[in-house]
Design a protein around this ligand. Structure first.
Ligand code: SF4
Length: 375
């Protein structure tokens, strides 16, 4: 979770001279110093088709916006210019930061490593409780950004010994940039990961998945009512996307932000855990994380610890092997236990890795395979 004041841009076009000795979470240059103007450049978009009278239909996400000439789609970052659809965010991140991978959270993907995290403006949902609303609900011209083409992102990530992570806002709305960057990362031997709400169409998702090493999906609720009322979206396409990711073999983890009184009822949590087990299998990690009052929900108190603990217990009782609590450092639900012998194989404290007892992908105590990407 990052607020506007916490967005910092890293080094400029000359590579990553500031990188040496900088640790995950370090503050580098404030974004505002880097830019004189905010005029986004337009690049050809993909995944759309022409309609009569210079209108277009976007096929990137289930909204399928029909966009007239000189108009933009719902996400505010894709514009119809004379019958051609353009993206206004390719290569123009407004947030660049080095995070611990645990902050995404990805717990079964290279614990203790760094994520070179980028985001552009825009989102195809509007969640009332969005923790990054300052950029997700902004237009490209309303945020500070800099031009950072894929090769520069990859070079910087390499300098930090980090993977590239598309995160903070919604990578699906800047998918052309994410695909080109992940492709460049793969070529350079740098891993790429994505943090997404999962509201995307299958074909574009399959394309980016070819170059990704891990994906974390925010499964925001488990009813259509919640998605419509709280996010201006739909549940079914998200579930479809999650199944596409699982089928691709790319490492997958799920997060459910528990918003008190909105998506944390026992039937909803149970239904979600059962769906995960049935459709994805018991080995997909599920994180139940604490909500903080933000955006249009500043009047709702943070999630009580007892709710997170109860959700975790329900997930484990349903047979899921890896169920975590998040955003509350110190709760026992941050650690990973071997699904066979039950011994703790990864000890975490907040975003810090404290102990690791996994060797060659197996429990260091009994030798059972622990699913994930460990090296
Ligand atoms: S990506 Fe944006 S423009 Fe395209 S369908 Fe989704 S919301 Fe509409």
């Amino acid at each position: 979770m990052v607020s506007r004041r916490d967005f910092f841009l890293t080094c400029g076009g000359a590579g990553c001279a500031l990188a040496a000795g900088v640790s995950a979470g370090s503050v580098l240059l404030p974004a505002r110093r880097a830019f004189a103007a905010n005029t986004p450049r337009a690049f050809p978009a993909r995944f759309w088709k022409k309609l009569p009278n210079k209108a277009i239909e976007c096929g990137l996400c289930p909204k399928h916006c029909k966009v007239e000439d000189r108009e933009r789609g719902f996400c505010g970052v894709r514009e119809n210019r004379d019958g051609e659809y353009m993206t206004l965010v390719w290569g123009q991140p407004c947030a660049v930061h080095v995070d611990p991978i645990e902050k995404k959270p990805l717990f079964h993907f290279l614990p203790g490593s760094r994520a070179f995290s980028i985001a552009t403006a825009g989102c195809n949902l509007e969640c009332k409780c969005c923790q990054n609303w300052d950029i997700s609900q902004s237009k490209p011209e309303d945020v500070d950004f800099r031009f950072m083409p894929p090769d520069e992102v990859v070079r910087s990530a390499k300098d930090y010994d980090a993977c590239v992570t598309f995160t903070y806002s919604e990578p699906i709305v800047y998918l052309e940039y994410a695909i080109d960057t992940a492709k460049a990362a793969r070529k350079a031997g740098v891993r790429a990961t994505m943090v997404t709400g999962g509201s995307g169409e299958a074909e574009p998702m399959k394309e980016v998945l070819k170059y990704l090493d891990a994906v974390k999906v925010d499964l925001k609720g488990f009813t259509e009512d919640y998605y419509q009322r709280m996010c201006k979206g739909k549940l079914k396409p998200v579930l479809d996307t999650i199944e596409v990711i699982r089928a691709s073999g790319v490492w997958l983890e799920l997060v459910h932000l528990c918003v008190p009184g909105q998506n944390d009822s026992e039937p909803e949590i149970l239904a979600m855990c059962r769906w995960v087990k049935t459709h994805l299998g018991a080995d997909v990690p599920v994180h139940f994380t604490r909500f903080h009052p933000e955006y249009q929900m500043k009047n709702v108190a943070p999630t009580p610890n007892a709710t997170l603990i109860r959700c975790r217990e329900m997930g484990l009782a349903e047979g899921l092997h890896f169920v975590y609590t998040g955003n509350v450092p110190g709760l026992a639900g941050e650690n990973t236990s071997c699904p066979k012998c039950g011994k703790v194989v990864v000890v975490r404290q907040g975003f810090e890795l404290e102990e690791m007892h996994i060797k060659a992908g197996r429990c260091g105590f009994c030798g059972t395979v622990v699913p994930g990407v460990w090296s």
